[in-house]
Structures are given as C-alpha cells and as structure tokens.
Design a protein around this ligand. Structure first.
Ligand SMILES: Cc1ncc(COP(=O)(O)O)c(C=O)c1O
Length: 600
C-alpha cells in the first residue's frame, strides 16, 4: 500500500480543511511516494506535509494540526521556530556576513564556541578542543574514532549492544545491528530484557564485570582498543537510560586502562535528559563528546569536543566543505544560551518524571505496554504481545530441541535450546516425581542473551542450573519449590553468574521484566497510527521498532504535556480494545480532558 493510499484509508478528514488544500497535500504525498527513495524513513509512517510550525505544533498542507513529539528526532530543544532562534538567524542574514566560510574563524563561530565550552562538564571545559564536522551526528562519530585512533595508535573500538551512532560506515560498525566489524560489543545494562535476567544494580554490575573481563583477559579476543563509545541514554536503541553507577564504572575502567571514553550525546545533549549533558547525571567527565542535533538550534551542525592532549591528528585529518554553517552556529548559540538561562534541563527532569509516573499507570491498565522508561523528556513505552507468555529475554521464538539428563530418579528433563542473534537458551523441567532438572549452558552475551530455565516437580525438588558465562553471556533461573534464590540463600549472581542453583531457599520467580513477553511491532505501529489520527506525532524505535517514543521540546507546557498523554492514552486504549478504524462514537480514555483542544 502506498503512503497516499494509507492517508485516504486511515485518516479522518481534517475539520475545516478545504478540498483544494487536501488535494494539494495528496498530490505532494503521491509525488513523494513516486519519486523518493525506497530508503525514506519517517515519511512512510507520517503522511504529513508540514507547511507551518511553532513550538510543539505542526500544521499540514491539509490544515490539520499535530502535536510534534518527534521534534526532528530529538533535535528541537526549543520546538519549531522558537523566536530566539529565528531572531539569531535573521541577525546573521541581515548583517551581510558570508554564509559559507569553510572552517575559517568568524565572530558567529567564536560566539558559538564560547557558549558551548561554557556548558561542558567540569574537567573538560578548561582543556577542550573542538573540531567542526560535516553537519550530521554520524560524521562527528567518525571524527571521534579517527581522533582516538590517531591519539592511541590503536584501532579497535568498544561499543554496546543496542547502540545507535549513525549511518556512515564507522558509526554503523559501532551500532547494535552491525556485523563483520572492528568493534567489540559489550552488554549495555537494562532492567527490562536484561541479558543476564537480573536487571537493576546487579545486572549493571554483571555488565561492568564482563567489560573488565573482556579488557583484562589476554584470551578474550579483544585487543586493547582505541576507545569506548557509549550513549548515556540509548535513544534509537529503545530509550534505555544507563545507571549512573554503571557510567562511573565505565569511566573508571577506561581511565585505569588508558582508553579514551567517548560520550555520544548527539541525542541526549542540551537538557534533553534532565541535565545539560546527560553525563552530568553521573558526574562523569568523558574524554571526548560527540554533539549534534540540538546544538544547531534546528539547523545542521555537528562537532566533536575532546581533551586537548588527544589532539594528535594531522591537519586536514577530518576535512569537509560544509563545516562552517553560520546560520546553524547562530541558532545553536541562541539555543544553548536559552536552555541554560531558563533552566530547561531542570524543567525536563521534573516534567519527564511526572509524565513517566502517569504512563506507568497506563502500563498497569494495558497488558500491551510491557515497560515504561526514560529520563527527562526522552520517554519510551515498550509494546509487547499481551497474549503471549513471557519466556526468554526476547520472548518466545523458534525452538530447537535438545535434551538434558536429569540428575536423580532416572527421569529425563527436556531441555530446549534456541539461538537468537548468537544467544541460546535451555529449558529443563523435571518430572512430577521430583527429579531434578539440570541444565548447563555455555552462555554468551549479546543481544540474543541466553536463558536457561529449569522447573522441578511440584513436591519441591531442586531445580539446578549451571551456566558458564562466555562470550555472549547467559542467565538461568529455576522455578521450583526449591531453586535459584535471588533474594537470599541462593547464588550471588553478581559474583558469579549462574553458579549452580541448588541452594535451598525460596524459588526465584522471575518477574515480568526478567522474562518479558515478546515485542509487538505491529501493535506499536498501530499505536503510532492511532496517535497520528488523534493529532499526535510519535516515533518508534528500539528492538523490532516496538518502543513508542516521546521526544517533546523542552519548552512544552504542562497543558500540552497533558494533551500529549491524553492522546497517547486514547491511542493505546483504542489499539488494546481492537478499535482502530475511524470511529465517530469513540470513547476517549478517562485521562482525556480538554487539554487536547487547547494545546494547539
Ligand atoms: C546517539 C546518536 N548518535 C548519532 C546519531 C546520528 O546522527 P545523524 O542522524 O545526525 O547522523 C544519532 C541519530 O539519531 C544518535 O541518536
């Protein structure tokens, strides 16, 4: 189905739009569909032709208005066409200054660097250098890799599962979907779908220990790297905030081994997460920061900022024609100053926490919302299949049978193993006559994660699990009258993953976060469509595109935030109740007040 067909088929006619305006919009969408690349992205799910925009609101050529919580993929810290941004741009245009200057010095650039350096974390601000890059985050990632490779004389990079760093070759290598690369992949800590099945502090601790082990084990297969790149909150990876303690561990681990730490703050920067730079939450000072999106105040701009002792690359090592965008520098200076002067990072922290709170209620109400998470105004809802049962970290999947011997009584326990992205899991259930289930998995640690599950008989015999953590990690749990005990009496998972679960104690019954239901990308897409029908633009991200993301501008008012949540709640309710067709008798979700009408 083409985009224009979907417009006709799914969207209600906008009230007040003239037939002529609608025809203009449909014509533009039809020509886009016929002429633009098959690789186009946002345009597929969002059949909108924006003609005017201000703050949170976009107006389409057909006269419809939308609350824009995509914000240029997190670019628009001040929303669309903020007056201070427009004024800064007009000032440059009216001054007669050259618009194209390569990387020459100008007063506009000088002011931008002064404002930018004033915001940097302590420890970097006084010793910083900046390299202006081609105007996209991905080019600044490339520059950061070149920089640390030149400085260290090493080539390999460390990156994390679920990462997204851009679409050029080096940035793609470091992103989660990469294969055949010079990048070693490490586990990014996460509560929901924790690859170790424990989540929380323990999950983060295990992830940190794995990182240390990879670096210190002479047979890990990972040579000493040129740098480690991480996102303080993974955005495209599905809105996953890194715990502050884990961030500090990464800082310590890299500092101890002389490995430059690169913070990719392309999406998290300029107040988005509730601190001016997201590394501020943990107090970590990285060696290198990759910055783009909001720093250009809605225009293209990307830089890499780094400690001056890394400045060992050659002149021209990262050249490019379009590295002097004067309008973007002026808009960026105005944006950075406005966020700083108006305490918008604090506002994002406070409002984001309230929005998360309210969305937690939605998760309680609707089984298709598996998890709600975020930091500041980077918010995500993971959509899951409400009817499937929880199983492995990634939900159910194709199962290749394998057999494990039970230990006692002579009965056999069935074990299944599957491979998902390199991971595999085993499941053993012992018979009702009380024999032991025993599973041993050579485990691995990657996106697939490994899961071993043993359930012993109802009369309380042991479930026993032994896993040896290997290159792609693994986890095990036993549901039995007696088994692996997370709270106490059982093995110390932080000290040794999957030591035999034969400790006597209460069984560890994994909660929904440890064995979540499978992702439901089609439900997430339906929620996105229903949001759009209600005049709300949201993004999808994360594994399987099953995370509904909100990235509103930091200037969003309380009333607008309430309208966003009303519309989102309505959309989720409609999808959950299977009422996704245009429906005039639609009953709004109880949150729905009159914010929606007033917000635009
Ligand atoms: C963390 C992060 N790094 C890098 C990039 C790439 O930026 P760009 O799309 O401007 O190349 C993105 C884009 O979303 C991002 O979120």
């Amino acid at each position: 189905m083409t985009v224009t067909e979907s417009v006709r088929g799914g969207m209600p006619e906008p009230a007040g739009a003239s037939a002529g305006a609608r025809a203009v919009q449909e014509g533009i969408l039809r020509r886009q569909s016929a002429r633009e690349s098959a690789a186009r992205t946002y345009a597929r799910a969002l059949p909108i032709v924006p003609v005017r925009a201000r703050g949170l609101t976009i107006e389409g050529a057909d006269g419809r208005r939308y609350l824009d919580c995509l914000s240029g993929a997190g670019t628009l810290a001040l929303g669309h066409n903020h007056p201070v941004v427009l004024e800064a741009i007009r000032k440059v245009l009216d001054s007669g200054a050259p618009l194209h200057v390569l990387d020459l010095a100008t007063p506009v650039k000088d002011a931008f660097v002064t404002e930018l350096f004033g915001t940097l974390p302590p420890g970097l601000a006084d010793h910083a250098r900046v390299q202006f890059c081609g105007p996209a985050g991905t080019d600044a990632v490339e520059a950061a890799f070149k920089l640390v490779r030149a400085a260290t004389g090493r080539t390999g990079m460390l990156a994390f599962t679920g990462a997204y760093h851009g679409m050029t070759a080096g940035a793609l290598e470091a992103s989660g979907g990469a294969c055949d690369v010079r990048v070693a992949r490490l586990p990014y800590p996460r509560d929901y779908r924790c690859p170790f099945g424990v989540g929380g502090e323990r999950g983060a601790e295990l992830a940190a220990r794995w990182t240390e082990s990879v670096l210190d084990d002479p047979k890990s297969g990972v040579p000493s790297p040129a740098g480690m790149i991480l996102e303080p909150v993974q955005g495209e990876g599905g809105v996953i905030p890194a715990p502050d303690a884990w961030m500090r561990r990464m800082r310590q681990i890299t500092a101890d081994r002389n490995i430059p730490l690169i913070a990719d703050e392309v999406q998290t920067g300029v107040g988005r997460t509730g601190a001016f730079w997201a590394v501020g939450h943990s107090g970590v000072t990285p060696d290198v920061m990759v910055l783009s999106k909001a720093i250009g105040g809605s225009l293209p701009l990307a830089v890499v900022v780094y400690r001056d002792d890394l400045d060992a690359w050659e002149p021209g090592a990262h050249a490019g024609t379009f590295r002097g965008n004067q309008l973007a520098m002026a808009a960026g200076t105005a944006t950075l100053a406005y966020v700083r002067e108006n305490g918008l990072a604090g506002r994002a922290a406070e409002l984001g926490a309230r929005m998360l709170d309210q969305l937690q209620g939605l998760a309680t109400e609707f089984a298709c919302i598996g998890d709600v998470r975020g930091r500041g105004l980077m918010v995500g809802l993971e959509v899951v299949d409400p009817e499937a049962s929880g199983g492995s970290v990634w939900g159910d999947g194709p199962v290749a049978g394998a057999w494990a011997e039970s230990e006692g009584g002579g009965s056999r326990a069935r074990a299944s193993g599957r491979s998902a992205g390199g991971g595999g899991w085993g499941q053993a259930s012992a018979g009702p006559d009380g024999d032991r289930g025993r599973v041993g998995t050579p485990a691995g640690l990657d996106d697939g994660g490994d899961c071993a599950h043993a359930s012993a008989g109802p009369d309380g015999d042991r479930g026993r699990i032994g896993t040896t953590a290997g290159s792609d990690g693994g986890w095990g749990w036993a549901s039995a009258g007696v088994g692996l005990d997370q709270a106490g009496g059982g093995p110390d998972l932080a000290a040794g993953l999957g030591s035999a679960g034969d400790g006597v104690g209460s069984a560890w019954v994994p909660d929904a976060a440890r064995c979540p239901r499978p992702a439901a990308p089609e439900l997430a897409a339906a929620i996105q469509r229903e949001c759009l029908r209600r005049g709300l633009i949201v993004e999808l991200g994360g594994r399987h595109s099953s995370v509904v993301r909100l990235l509103p501008p930091l200037t969003i008012s309380d009333e607008q935030a309430a309208a966003v949540l009303d519309r989102l709640a309505d959309a989720v309710a409609a999808v959950a109740r299977g009422r996704t067709a245009p429906d005039q008798s639609h009953q709004p979700h109880p949150w729905h007040g009159d914010h929606a009408e007033r917000a635009v």
